[in-house]
Write a protein that binds this ligand. Structure first.
Ligand code: MG
Length: 269
């Protein structure tokens, strides 16, 4: 009788193991992210927290119907890309060598690029499109990024039906805040970011007096409204103000995915 009982107890565990393990794997794949990263200052979520709620998905409609289309640069704006060349940009070895064709430029695996000019407070308009052919998942799908002052990333990612950690999805303040909603268009469709940024201010003691503040409008929808950066952007760490950035270029990230950009202009504030 005793032998029979232990046999009964052992069998279910053996039977369950192959069922439980793939289920756990599936869950990790469905909700990518981390559970072992440092806590953000809000004390609620970790950096790249896989358990953080996904922002609601909203359909922004086609770009042609978006207010202001085709988004001509306003008076006093500096055109950073007019559809022809990357002469306002610099990259590895001093040259921005991303591909330029048909009025847009595209990330090639040659490193990130930066504007030659540095900026403090500004309004930036930039349009981007993730590859029409979907390849990869989570952070490996249509990843690039807009680096304000070369230091604060507004994430570029194909977030159309592509689960990832919310503070790393399209239009997130990377590693800090998810966008209010997911306003991503389909892969291959052109999308807009209108970013109003005010630089951090530092006191004579070198400490941050006023954090950097950003408003991000994605495809005509405000997804961050005058939100303060916790600090400069990092991966798997809490951002901080150790770098004391007060001006810097607009940087675009080479994350190995052929993301396209067009119609880039900036107006100093
Ligand atoms: Mg990125």
């Amino acid at each position: 009788m005793k032998t029979k009982l232990s046999f009964c107890l052992l069998i279910p565990a053996f039977l369950l193991l192959p069922i439980l393990l793939p289920a756990a794997d599936k869950k990790a794949a469905a909700r990518p992210g981390y559970a072992d990263t440092p806590m953000l200052p809000d004390g609620k979520w970790r950096v790249h927290d896989s358990a953080r709620p996904y922002p609601k998905v909203v359909d922004p409609g086609p770009i042609e119907k978006q207010k202001g289309f085709p988004f001509a640069p306003p008076k006093g704006a500096i055109v950073l890309f007019d559809g022809k060349d990357l002469s306002k940009w610099t990259g590895k070895g001093g040259k921005a060598s991303w591909k330029v064709e048909n009025g847009y430029f595209e990330v090639t695996r040659s490193g990130g690029i930066n504007t030659k000019e540095k900026f403090k407070d500004f309004h930036l308009h930039i349009e981007w499109a993730s590859p029409k052919e979907v390849k990869g998942t989570s952070q490996g799908r249509g990843n690039s990024g807009v680096f304000l002052q070369g230091a604060y990333e507004v994430q570029v990612l194909d977030s159309y039906q592509n689960p990832t950690y919310p503070d790393g999805q399209a239009a997130s303040m990377y590693g800090q805040y998810p966008p209010e909603v997911n306003a991503c268009r389909k892969p291959g469709d052109w999308q807009t970011y209108d970013i109003t940024f005010r630089s951090a201010r530092f006191g004579k003691d070198g400490k941050v007096k006023k954090p950097a503040v950003v408003t991000v409008v994605h495809n005509g929808i405000t997804v961050h409204d005058k939100r303060e950066y916790i600090g400069t952007s990092t991966h798997k760490k809490v951002g901080n103000y150790n770098r004391k950035v007060t001006e810097g270029p607009i940087g675009l990230q080479d994350h190995g995915n052929p993301v396209r950009f067009r119609n880039v202009w900036i107006k100093k504030l």
